[in-house]
Design a protein around this ligand. Structure first.
Ligand SMILES: Cc1cc2nc3c(=O)[nH]c(=O)nc-3n(C[C@H](O)[C@H](O)[C@H](O)COP(=O)(O)OP(=O)(O)OC[C@H]3O[C@@H](n4cnc5c(N)ncnc54)[C@H](O)[C@@H]3O)c2cc1C
Ligand code: SF4
Ligand code: SF4
Length: 439
């Protein structure tokens, strides 16, 4: 391990994980900072991935565990970068570890505390479709496998009562007195891999998200389709728990501009909508599945073939057109979609049981704060900007700081991972140059 060549990776999604592993495998010390209690990012929430239909967590979990066990990686979850000073080859970084009120070194992940905790709140990991306890494991395959107390809902913090979890924990891991901890690091390079958010589709008022129960988002569908999700892998309608016979996907919800949302293409939706349509067909082969699209953008390897298979083998029906309005039948909660089929030049009225919206990928709200701390520029939308997107696509305006994955803009997993390896390689160059300068 080369102590002089350490790198800070900010963000523990698939991009940050890949960058950390590449560097650690080459012998460099890596500090991987993740703001939530577990690494994994969005990929951990997905059911399967296109175009291979691999189980998402099955291919991600081994990498998450490798990060945890790797002797060259220090995992700092539930942590935040506070200050960054210095320049390429010599950055000083201040990090705060938030208190999770459970001692990471003692917790065995047995789950007794969560079973007996009386407080139930909606689970963010399941897109609020399922529940969790006030002391909870963030996801079934969490890394590190340690519970966290949500201070805002815990009875001890809100009403000074309970402490059941502490009484039951045989490992004596629950520690209500835990305080934020400051950590100072010295690193040669920094890689930003903080990912993306999704647009709240209720801003596209005519689709009724938030008003109609059976209008859901694509990420909500991933959790419904997932065996460890809130419905045990049954894709059911939120209004009545029925397995839908007719489902419609609407792409570009808030993407590719119409005055609302964003002007750019969200890049991964054509493919993941096709994947999710196939998942619905796999669950219920006799169901009818429609995809409303503007253009099908399938430029990756095997992508067009994947769409062809969805049409030919699975009978997924593609309709070219952006629906103008959805209305709900107040009795059945079924949905009626109004749209122009622009290939046939006819107005369509389609009645379905459930609608899945594919919302725009948008920059994370926290990008502004992080960009100020790092002095790294954002682009006009608020994503981290590449200094020269054509020739050095992972370099930022600050030498020694690199960006990769969806923090730069919408991308799929293969592209995010490729960029992450690129950023890791560029970080090695900084370390090598610094070592040469220092003789
Ligand atoms: C519904 C849906 C389905 C998809 N299906 C597929 C698919 O089948 N195949 C495919 O290739 N792609 C798919 N994608 C795209 C895929 O999710 C992304 O390409 C991938 O997650 C990008 O990884 P990332 O690491 O860049 O970002 P993320 O997955 O967003 O990870 C970023 C991480 O950084 C952390 N973080 C954020 N800010 C900070 C901070 N300031 N400090 C510390 N940590 C921070 C976050 O908590 C998170 O853990 C899908 C996307 C969606 C929305
Ligand atoms: S805090 Fe204690 S009871 Fe809860 S999972 Fe950890 S070891 Fe088990
Ligand atoms: S003290 Fe808080 S976290 Fe622990 S069991 Fe009670 S409500 Fe749950």
């Amino acid at each position: 391990m080369k102590e002089s060549g350490s790198v800070l990776v900010i963000g523990g999604g698939v991009a940050g994980i890949q960058a950390a592993l590449d560097l650690a495998d080459r012998g460099f010390r890596v500090y991987l900072v993740e703001e939530t209690p577990s690494i994994g990012g969005r990929m951990a929430q997905l059911d399967k991935t296109f175009p291979t239909l691999d189980c998402s967590i099955c291919i991600l979990a081994p990498k998450m565990i490798e990060c945890y066990r790797h002797p060259n990686i220090t995992l700092l979850t539930y942590s935040e970068v506070e200050k960054v000073r210095g320049s390429a080859g010599n950055f000083t970084v201040e990090i705060t570890r938030k208190p999770r009120f459970v001692d990471e070194a003692k917790c065995t992940g047995c789950g007794t505390c969560s079973q007996k905790c009386p407080i139930i709140v909606p689970n963010e990991f399941d897109m609020l479709l399922g529940d969790r306890k006030a002391i909870y494991m963030p996801l079934p395959q969490a890394v590190p496998r340690v519970t966290t107390i949500d201070k805002d809902s815990c009875l001890y913090f809100t009403r000074s009562v309970c402490k059941i979890c502490q009484k039951l924990c045989q490992a004596e891991a629950v520690d209500f007195d835990q305080k934020p901890e400051k950590i100072n690091l010295n690193v040669s390079a920094i890689i930003v891999a903080t990912g993306f958010s999704l647009l709240n589709p209720s801003v596209i008022n005519e689709y009724g998200y938030g008003r109609y129960k059976n209008v859901i988002t694509s990420l909500e569908l991933e959790r419904l389709a997932n065996a460890s999700g809130p419905t045990g892998g049954h894709v059911t309608r939120p209004s009545d728990g029925k397995i839908p016979d007719k489902v419609a996907f609407i792409q570009c919800v808030g993407s590719r501009g119409l005055g609302r949302g964003v002007s750019y293409c969200s890049s991964a939706c054509c493919m993941y909508a096709t994947k999710e349509a196939i998942l619905i067909k796999e669950h219920k082969p006799k169901s009818e599945v429609f995809i409303f699209y503007l253009d099908l953008r399938a430029s990756g390897k095997g992508f067009q073939e994947f769409i062809n298979r969805a049409k030919e083998n699975w009978g997924v029906l593609y309709i070219r057109g952006r629906p103008g309005e959805i209305i709900e039948d107040p009795t059945t909660k079924d949905l009626i979609i109004f749209c122009e089929h622009t290939v046939r030049g006819e107005v369509r009225r389609l009645e379905v049981d459930m609608v899945v919206l594919c919302p725009a990928f948008i920059p994370r709200e926290s990008n502004n704060k992080l960009s100020e701390k790092l002095r790294v520029k954002l682009d006009e939308y608020g994503f981290f900007k590449a200094e020269d997107a054509s020739l050095v696509p992972v370099d930022s305006n600050i030498p020694g700081i690199f960006t990769c994955g969806c923090c730069q803009g919408p991308k799929d997993i293969p592209e995010s991972v490729a960029q992450a390896s690129g950023a890791a390689a560029r970080a090695v160059e900084v370390i090598t140059l610094t070592a040469r300068r220092e003789g």
